[in-house]
Design a protein around this ligand. Structure first.
Ligand SMILES: [Zn+2]
Length: 168
């Protein structure tokens, strides 16, 4: 038997009576890392779903998966932080299909693998701190968001127009 997961839920009552039930579970999940972004090690991943009867061997989990993330801006290397809140609708069934549905076994389901799959799909790859991040100067490494550097990088044309106004 596997170690009991904090995301494990007994669903015998839902399958037997057909009554939907709300479940909210939260716990850290290891190894939620993609290129440039991760869920911090001890951060809580929250699963908040309604378990909806489908058949006496199957149900749907409908709700959200929420997790904080942090990463590194791909242009300026500043820290980027955010919160994922992803809608989910997943089928759990006794005769589950690998990569399509999740198992019901002994009237139990584990919402953990669903939470993991959802977060891994939605974590932003190679994030930006903001859409128009100017990045680092390739010559001197200065952060161009902080202003110019002494390198001969082309000036922003909007500034050139202002310069002309200033010295006619
Ligand atoms: Zn940036």
């Amino acid at each position: 038997m596997s170690i009991r997961s904090p995301f494990q839920v007994h669903v015998g009552n839902v399958l037997r009576t057909g009554n939907a039930r709300r479940e909210r579970r939260s716990a850290p999940l290891d190894d939620l890392v993609v290129l440039g972004t991760e869920v911090p090690l001890h951060a809580e991943v929250v699963v908040d779903v309604e378990l909806q009867f489908v058949a006496d061997t199957a149900l749907d989990a409908v709700g959200t998966v929420t997790a904080p993330y942090r990463g590194t801006c791909r242009r300026c290397l500043r820290q980027v932080e955010g919160q994922l809140q992803v809608p989910v609708r997943e089928r759990f069934e006794e005769r589950f299909v690998e990569d399509e549905t999740y198992p019901v076994a002994h009237s139990q389901i584990d919402l953990g693998p669903m939470a993991r799959d959802t977060v891994m799909l939605e974590l932003p790859r190679a994030p930006l701190c903001r859409e128009d991040c100017q990045g680092l100067c390739p010559e001197c490494g200065a952060d161009r968001n902080e202003g110019g550097c002494s390198c001969a990088a082309p000036a922003d044309p909007r500034w050139a127009a202002l310069d002309q106004l200033r010295d006619p």
